[in-house]
Design a binder for this molecule. Structure first.
Ligand code: SF4
Ligand code: SF4
Length: 125
């Protein structure tokens, strides 16, 4: 973008496109948005916290299974999880947010408990 005015225009257009798309997807607008000009601009993040809206956990093909009895609450899994999917309660691990966990396995890899880790990766069914 050459200047802030162009950026503002692009952002407004993208918001309009998103609203049209959402209306269409919810069935409130029967006319499908068409044409490349109506596509949202890629690579821009217009607001914070949008990850909550999208249940990215369904990309996963392996899932972490947390064993509370083996967990020593070192919080390494929480630090390393790239999706903030380790749920903490009162400073302790309380579970895994499977709606957002993508099954990368880093939490299990980093878990220091031996011989059997407190987080095991198992295939999704
Ligand atoms: S598998 Fe990956 S995304 Fe899921 S909880 Fe573990 S570190 Fe986070
Ligand atoms: S890394 Fe393992 S032991 Fe540490 S908090 Fe996570 S599950 Fe528990």
């Amino acid at each position: 973008m050459k200047n802030s005015k162009q950026l503002t225009t692009a952002v407004r257009r993208q918001r309009l496109c998103q609203r049209r798309e959402e209306k269409f997807l919810r069935g409130k607008d029967k006319k499908q948005p068409d044409g490349w000009k109506q596509l949202p601009i890629g690579g821009t993040i217009l607001e914070g916290g949008t990850a909550k809206k999208y249940k990215t956990g369904d990309w996963r093909n392996i899932r972490p299974v947390w064993n509370q009895d083996k967990c020593i609450n070192c919080l390494r899994c929480w630090v390393y999880c790239p999706d903030s999917a380790i749920i903490l309660k009162d400073g302790k691990v309380a579970g895994i947010d499977l709606e957002h966990c993508k099954g990368c396995g880093i939490c299990s890899e980093e878990c220091p408990v031996k011989p059997e880790k407190a987080i095991k990766m198992v295939p999704e069914k």
